[in-house]
Design a protein around this ligand. Sequence first.
Ligand SMILES: Cc1cc2nc3c(=O)[nH]c(=O)nc-3n(C[C@H](O)[C@H](O)[C@H](O)COP(=O)(O)O)c2cc1C
Length: 164
Amino acid sequence: MKTLIIYSTKTGTTKKCAALLAANIGADSCDLFEISEEIPEISGYECVVLGSYVRMGVIDKKISAFIQKHKAELFETKFGLFICCSLAEKVSEAITKNFSDEIMDHAAIIDCFGGELKVENLKGLEKLAANSFIKIAKADPNFRLFEKIIPESITNFSDVLKEI
Ligand SMILES: Cc1cc2nc3c(=O)[nH]c(=O)nc-3n(C[C@H](O)[C@H](O)[C@H](O)COP(=O)(O)O)c2cc1C
């Protein structure tokens, strides 16, 4: 299944997930691009996957713009979307907020691959935001943070794409 995977990452987790997904699908048949690179024509692929981190509830704006711009082509091919984020209870909200109803209706699968909060690599306001998530999670047992990538979600995602 010739697959195009396009991702956007701030601290490396979404990139790692994109590479794991490519390995699951079959690295030989996957082309992997960061959103800022020159992306080849979608029409050359049987399947397209887009992945982004979530910050302040929002996915990368270049990924959103790409989906919007290539909507018609995406709807004619098999496509999947994934996010990486930390707030486990906000996954559904992040998906519905960032992907329109028609995108959700046409996508073969939309899922979250978990996330990692690498506070040591952050500075200033980003570090403050990350630390506040951790503080809230420690104080509230109902507030769950993803601490790592969920490999089972990546396996399931590639299985769904292969089966369709
Ligand atoms: C400044 C900042 C804001 C974030 N905002 C959110 C958010 O609104 N919702 C969420 O679930 N995760 C949020 N996260 C967590 C990231 O989505 C998570 O760390 C993700 O794994 C990052 O992926 P990346 O390494 O590919 O950038 C935030 C992280 C940072 C540093």
